[in-house]
Structures are given as structure tokens and as C-alpha cells.
Ligand binder design. Structure first.
Ligand code: IPE
Ligand code: IPE
Ligand code: MG
Length: 246
């Protein structure tokens, strides 16, 4: 028998305890209105504000939002630059609103490719929201799950080569501690907007047992009521974790 720990089982409160969202559809929202893609991203930022507030009101303790993937650098330079501009604006102007919502911000992703001023804004925002306790908001920027897993493996290999880790002792818990999400519980609900039904390199390890909910709504139109509907769907699901269920 494997001695690996079982995935987290059903908890006393119905959950979800951690909702992760692939915020997709900004470009199509704009296109449908004859607007440039950046207009969709701007409205997407408004949806981020609404959903953070809504998640706090619904008592969700952890919310993780996929904002920019390691693959999104392949978009036209103008669009990447618009997205980075919006990110700057968000990090500098959203701190009061995050405070009002009791939101503690954490940015998850590889920061080495981000502009130095953005890296500084991220640290400042994390620092200035660190004592907020109502909801943990993780925003994934330059995040890619395969890259994260490779980096974690590299770090463990280095530690093993240095004699700090015995290879036989590497288990799921030890591995998890090397991931960018170390200390964050696994998502139990993963939502993707815009009708696409794929993971796109998001939290591959962490979503091993997440319930997946795909909604047709484009991200700029998404709000608290859509979140509530996804949660209701989550609560109708029977989670089995490989067992036979109840
Ligand atoms: C999501 O919307 C935002 C990011 C990935 C940065 P998209 O920009 O992917 O919108 P669509 O998929 O083209 O509609
Ligand atoms: C996933 O959306 C990434 C983010 C939401 C940040 P994409 O629009 O980049 O994904 P694909 O290209 O449809 O897989
Ligand atoms: Mg997309």
C-alpha cells in the first residue's frame, strides 16, 4: 500500500474553500462590440474587482485568479504591453479596495521576466495587504504549471545533490513545498469562463481533485451571481477521491 497521504476529504463546511478561476473571454467580449482587445481587458479588470468583493461576501476563504500565463507572451507586443499597463494600474490603484474587502494579495508566478517596477509594485501590494484576513486573493501572473513543476523538481534535485534531501524521502508533501503555491490549500472548485473547456497549463498539480465548472459567460460579464451558480453546481457534485462514494 502506498503511504502517500490521501487528498483532502470532504470537510465539515460545504465549501468550496478555494475557488480558482481561469478568467477567459476578454478578447471575444471586445470583438463582439467592435472594440479593441484592450477594452475587453479593461472590463475584465472591473470583473476582478466584482468577483473579489463577491467571493468575500460569500465567505470563500481563498480565491485564485489566472491573469497572465507563461504562454501569453506569445501575443502581439501591443497586447502584452497593454496587459502589463493594466497590471501596473491595478497594483497601484486597487489597494484601498482590497483593504475594504479584507483581501490579502499574493502574486503567484515567475517574476524574473516582469519589469522591475512591476516586481516592486507586487511586493508593495503584498506588503500593504498582508494583515487583511477575510479572503486570500492569489493572482497568477507569468504563471505556467509545467514551468512551476520543473522548477520544483530542479530545486529538489539541487538539494539532493547537496545532501540536504534524501531522494527516498521525497513525497507529495515535500514536493508541494517547492511549488509556487506552497502553503496554499488545493483548489476544490476550478471555474473557466468563455466556454473553453481546457486547463491551459493552470495549477495542474493542485487541481488533481478539483471540481471543474465551465461557464459560457465571457469574463467581463462575470459577477457574483455567476460565482454563486458555480458554487451551487459544486455543491451538487459528489466528490469521491477515487473511492466508491456515499
Ligand atoms: C483572458 O481573455 C485574458 C488573458 C488571457 C490575459 P483573452 O484575452 O484570452 O480573451 P479571448 O480568449 O481572446 O476571448
Ligand atoms: C488562459 O487563457 C490564460 C489566462 C486566463 C491568463 P488563454 O486565452 O491564454 O488560453 P488558451 O490560449 O485559450 O488556451
Ligand atoms: Mg483566451
Amino acid at each position: 500500500m502506498s503511504t502517500a497521504p490521501l487528498p483532502a476529504g470532504p470537510e465539515s463546511s460545504p465549501g468550496p474553500h478555494h475557488v480558482a478561476i481561469i478568467m477567459d473571454g476578454n478578447g471575444r467580449w471586445a470583438k463582439a462590440r467592435g472594440l479593441p482587445r484592450v477594452a475587453g481587458h479593461r472590463r475584465g479588470a472591473d470583473a476582478v474587482r466584482r468577483v473579489i468583493r463577491g467571493a468575500g461576501e460569500l465567505g470563500i476563504p481563498v480565491l485564485t485568479l489566472f491573469a497572465f500565463s507563461t504562454e501569453n507572451w506569445t501575443r502581439p507586443a501591443d497586447e502584452v504591453s497593454d496587459l502589463m499597463g493594466l497590471l501596473r494600474h491595478y497594483l497601484r490603484n486597487e489597494l484601498e479596495e482590497l483593504g475594504r474587502n479584507g483581501a490579502r494579495l499574493r502574486v503567484i508566478g515567475d517574476r524574473t521576466r516582469l519589469a522591475p517596477d512591476i516586481v516592486k509594485d507586487i511586493s508593495d501590494a503584498e506588503q500593504r495587504t498582508r494583515s487583511n484576513t477575510r479572503i486570500d486573493v492569489n493572482i497568477c501572473i507569468n504563471y505556467g504549471s509545467r514551468d512551476e513543476i520543473v522548477q520544483a523538481t530542479r530545486s529538489l534535485a539541487r538539494k539532493a545533490a547537496a545532501g540536504e534531501v534524501v531522494p527516498e524521502k521525497i513525497d507529495e508533501n515535500l514536493f508541494e513545498r517547492e511549488l509556487l503555491t506552497a502553503g496554499v490549500p488545493d483548489p476544490d472548485l476550478l471555474i473557466r469562463t468563455s466556454g473553453e473547456q481546457r486547463i491551459s497549463n493552470f495549477l495542474l498539480w493542485q487541481c488533481a481533485y478539483a471540481e471543474l465548472v465551465f461557464v459560457d459567460t465571457l469574463w467581463p460579464d462575470f459577477g457574483k451571481e455567476h460565482l454563486e451558480r458555480a458554487i451551487a453546481e459544486f455543491r451538487r457534485r459528489e466528490r469521491r477521491y477515487g473511492g466508491v462514494g456515499s
